[in-house]
Design a protein around this ligand. Structure first.
Ligand code: PMP
Length: 372
């Protein structure tokens, strides 16, 4: 048929290394309780909605012009937020942003990866790290973690970094999908063991970390090859706003201007993100209740006989399932959507609001006798 021949024609013309791949993405299903993409379940507060609408109204007549290519006001707002959140002093020249942290990760790979270069990550981790690397022509090496609790020690990470001579190393702390923050020493050990690598610490979930977790931002002053990525999609409850960012040396950030597309952040994006950042306290007001739900999930799943992994994030990976695909479907039948991250006997669930968390835990309690 026509569709079939068009498909094979496209496959014939497609880059050989992309043939047969399927696109990334969790199912976007219309389910009552959606706990599969680590969003913040709480809507944007009305005071912020009002402030965003007022700011947009002032600027919409200016859409005939291109936006500020260097997103100066947004960079200042991100710098102010980060300094307050982390206690580290930064300049706007050290901050870079994109349409989600996926885009800033792609800028890193475009500038520092490419053909003949290796990117190393430690599996299981965020699955977009290999996808961004490989689709931009960079060889991906799947490093390893401990098999039971998915831990990564400084010794193991350093040995693997030395062995593969990467141009980019991806660390993820707190790690998705396991939830746990890395031991802080891993970062310094990898910087030392991979002297020719850009070391990226993906801190998408940093604001949810348990007390005592130290951010890689505190190392930036000493390491011009270190990059810390963050996002407004998780704790900030702004996934639909599409704003991710990174912090690094001013020199490294300047190099990213070589690969970004001009005017990549639209005028509306720059405005809504800046206004949301000006209301950071209100936007982040739900973080504590989400952390409580996360801790509740860990405790309750353990009581049900499952094996939850310690979490510094807004989600929990849990093992001990007889058949994770059957449990995923049974939860969906009960109106609760969770994530199958491809680890046998495990599923991942986002901590929602207390009602959503209760719905998930009640469904799990009903399933536990046969599924766990
Ligand atoms: N890094 C990690 C570890 C993530 O889990 C996610 C979202 N799933 C992202 C980056 C990308 O998020 P965004 O593009 O929305 O900033």
């Amino acid at each position: 048929d026509g569709d079939g021949s068009a498909r094979s024609e496209v496959q014939r013309l497609l880059r050989a290394d992309l043939r047969g791949r399927t696109a990334y993405g969790a199912p976007q299903l219309d389910v009552a309780v959606r706990l599969n993409t680590n969003e913040n379940s709480y809507p944007v507060p009305q005071v912020v909605v009002d402030a965003i609408l007022a700011a947009l109204a002032d600027e919409m007549a200016g859409l005939n012009r291109y936006p500020d290519r260097e997103f100066t006001d947004l960079r200042k707002a991100l710098t102010t937020y980060l300094e307050k959140q982390s206690g580290v002093s930064l300049t706007p020249e050290q901050v870079w942003a994109g349409n989600g942290s996926n885009e800033v990760l792609s800028h890193i790979v475009q500038a520092f990866g490419g053909h003949g270069r290796v990117a190393l990550g430690f599996t299981p981790s965020y699955s977009m790290h290999p996808i961004i690397s490989e689709t931009l022509g960079t060889t991906w090496v799947d490093g390893m973690r401990g098999s039971e609790t998915f831990d990564l020690t400084a010794e193991s990470a350093a040995a693997q970094a030395r062995a593969h001579e990467p141009s980019i190393v991806f660390l993820c702390s707190p790690n998705n999908p396991t939830g746990t923050a890395l031991p802080f020493e891993v970062i310094g050990a990898v910087l030392e063991a991979a002297p020719d690598a850009i070391v990226v610490v993906d801190e998408a979930y940093a604001e949810f970390a348990r007390p005592g977790t130290r951010s890689a931002l505190t190392l930036l002053g000493d390491h011009p090859r270190l990059v810390v990525t963050r996002t407004m999609s998780k704790a900030f409850a702004f996934a639909g706003g599409r704003l991710g960012y990174l912090v690094a040396s001013a020199e490294l950030v300047d190099a990213l201007r070589l690969v970004r597309l001009p005017y990549h952040l639209s005028i509306p994006t720059q405005i809504i993100a800046r206004v949301a950042l000006e209301h950071a306290d209100v936007m982040l007001a739900t973080v504590e209740v989400i952390k409580q739900q996360r801790d509740r999930i860990v405790a309750e799943l353990a009581r049900l006989g499952a094996t939850p992994v310690a979490s510094d994030s807004n989600f929990v990976l849990f093992g001990g399932l007889a058949d994770e695909k059957a449990t995923w479907q049974a939860l969906l039948d009960a109106g609760v959507l969770v994530r199958d991250v491809g680890i046998p006997h495990h599923l991942r669930v986002t901590a929602g609001d207390p009602g959503e968390t209760t719905a998930f835990l009640e469904a799990m309690a009903r399933l536990a006798p046969t599924h766990v």
